[in-house]
Design a protein around this ligand. Sequence first.
Ligand SMILES: Cc1cc2nc3c(=O)[nH]c(=O)nc-3n(C[C@H](O)[C@H](O)[C@H](O)COP(=O)(O)O)c2cc1C
Length: 439
Amino acid sequence: MAGRGFTVKKRWDNPVEHAMPAEARVPAEVRLGAVAVRPATVLAPMAGVTDTVFRRFIRHASLFSHAELGVNADLASHISESRSGAPDSMGDSQSSVGETQIDASITNAQSGCGLIMTEFTSADGLSRMRETKRRRYLTFYEDEHPIAAQLFGSNPETLADAARIVEETGFDTVDLNLGCPAKRVVGSNGGSGLLRDLPRIGEIFHAIRKAVTIPFTVKFRMGWNESQIVCVELARMAEAEGLNGLALHARTREQGYSGQAQWNWIAAVKEAVRLPVIGNGDVRTPEDAAAMVAETGCDAVMIGRAAPANPWIFRQIAQYTATGRYEKPTTEDRYQMIRAYFEMLMAEAEATKDLPRDARMGDPVGKMKQFATWFTHGVPGGAKLRSAIYHARYGADVLSEVERFFVARMEAGESAEPEIDAESEDAARAFADAALVCD
Ligand SMILES: Cc1cc2nc3c(=O)[nH]c(=O)nc-3n(C[C@H](O)[C@H](O)[C@H](O)COP(=O)(O)O)c2cc1C
């Protein structure tokens, strides 16, 4: 796009003058056992969203910012280099993936996302699955480290077996899901269903802790409902059983995604334990992240729904922490970003097309449509683009609709920055509702 003559503007003059006060700074590091998470920001697990392509996309998202690199780096080509040894078995996915051209620690610092997590994975399923299917659920690439695998289930022994598989596969940490509100999960006592059975949670903590040596964390909601808040007790149990950290989504199961996350409960949990506490719920901007740290004293901040709409958020938090200001993506940045994500999806589909069906990447065109929908909500004119994309049959058609949309905006000098309006609020709600069927 450089040839099209778009200009790049710096958004501030002397950022160092605006450094954040210490109490509102997202920490530079949090340690989950032996694993250092730098900076202390985490991409929340999101079923249907945080697959290997999306996770790597977030890790590399910084390449789509103009200011520091001064170039329009081609993310997709970097990624395809890192993926050149596409796995043909679980073990190979760890050992034979080609050399990445992007040093993971540098990339972390650039993107500002210290830890990424898989979508939640059924422990029952994992222990029953054929090797090929496990591969699809547990595939990750070298440039994803540090990475956590999240499990859900209700049987302590099955969960312990699944945690062993996670450890053998090479994940850096294993996480237990006690938050998912989906009926199918809760119905079999998994996810937030377990919040009504603390003794069972104690058994599960114990069994998983005994089964693995990698750091073990838990992600949970405050409780089943307002009259059964268990998060402080649960945090103490986690500490007593030797877990290495916890993440609290500060809502009850009954709340689903409605209302506001109640950060005061994150503060209460932080007060109660010495374990690292990761705060989660309703962080949409760098300002929110700073406010969460200031209000709760949490050791790290986890971000879910804001990431697909604004993949730069982790980097923006890092900038805001350091300088009190952050860059906003230009229309060109947004265009490059969506295009690169699509190219990554198609590259992954191509790289896995000869694998057994279970191990192949799912429908890339469906994913492109889904992502384009989140990414353009609130963007002026986005509804028209979404409708065109909805009717597209092939990946190339989606790409050309996206190109048409963004190039027209750039040539007209119009912004593609989302405006928070009724439409984007509706989209946020629809996205959250998707989580209620998050399996
Ligand atoms: C589409 C979607 C899927 C989700 N899937 C999971 C999941 O697999 N495991 C989990 O622990 N939480 C899951 N969540 C919850 C998020 O991890 C996070 O706790 C929640 O969205 C609140 O954070 P946010 O306000 O930053 O979005 C999901 C949320 C969404 C929107």
